[in-house]
Design a protein around this ligand. Structure first.
Ligand SMILES: [Zn+2]
Length: 55
């Protein structure tokens, strides 16, 4: 159980939090940064989808 590795860079995870999330803190920050940026795009597409459905 202690041989968990980061999904993104493959490094061994030492912190319990990192093991739970499956990635290191640095990679997590990068991942969240990408996630929020992509979420802004999907939010727009969702809004467009809603306006289409209401018609
Ligand atoms: Zn990593």
């Amino acid at each position: 159980m202690s041989n968990q590795r980061c999904k993104l860079c493959g490094r061994k995870l030492k912190n319990w939090k990192s093991i739970q999330r499956g990635m290191g803190s640095i990679c997590e920050n990068r991942y969240l940064d990408k996630f929020y940026k992509s979420q802004q795009i999907t939010l727009e597409s969702i809004l467009n989808d809603k306006t289409k459905r209401e018609r």
